[in-house]
Design a protein. Structure first.
Length: 181
């Protein structure tokens, strides 16, 4: 991304190398699925080299795209961490949770839409944390089973509202997609 913005030489290669280091250091504690993806990617690169294509250019471009996606998820985790300790986010969540269901849906859909214009897919993480935090602090009456059942129903409906708000960006946004790739 920095290479495209600032025309810096070799930034794409540095990002690919940093992503490779991240993957190698993160793999030992992970499950089997990442290993399968890594072996498939290595197989595709080997296939490209056998076809006579410039395998290093493919590897660098793939690594740079992987670094972009990894940084996107890191930013989303940062947004969730910030939202977890923010009193303003907690108050926003309380206001949303205490709305009647119809109004709550509209507020979450519109909020998901407008915040997604600024934060792209990071808004999903932020609003998801807002919904989760607001529902855990919301006091409800009834037996614990009834309270938990209502909480799950509310959470599902609220997350669907946020997702629908996010999905409507592609209808009118000047960008082709809200996602950066």
């Amino acid at each position: 991304m920095a290479d495209g913005l600032f025309s810096l030489p070799r930034v794409e290669a540095a990002a690919a190398l940093a992503f490779l280091i991240f993957v190698v250091t993160a793999l030992p504690g992970s499950r089997k699925a990442p290993y399968i993806y890594i072996f498939c990617c290595a197989g595709l690169l080997a296939f490209g080299w056998l076809q006579g294509e410039d395998g290093w250019a493919w590897a660098i471009e793939a690594g740079a795209r992987g670094a972009l996606i990894a940084s996107l998820f890191a930013v989303m985790a940062l947004l969730s961490a910030v939202a977890e300790y923010s009193r303003l986010i907690a108050r926003c969540g309380d206001v949303i949770v205490h709305q009647p269901p119809g109004r709550r849906y509209i507020v979450l859909s519109a909020g998901g839409h407008l915040i997604s214009l600024l934060l792209s897919i990071g808004a999903m993480s932020l609003l998801g944390e807002l919904v989760h935090r607001a529902l855990t602090t919301h006091q409800d009456q009834g037996t614990p089973e009834e309270v938990e059942r209502r909480r799950l129903i509310r959470r599902r409906r609220m997350i669907i509202a946020v997702q629908r708000g996010f999905a409507t960006i592609s209808v009118w946004s000047p960008c082709r997609s809200p996602l950066p790739w």
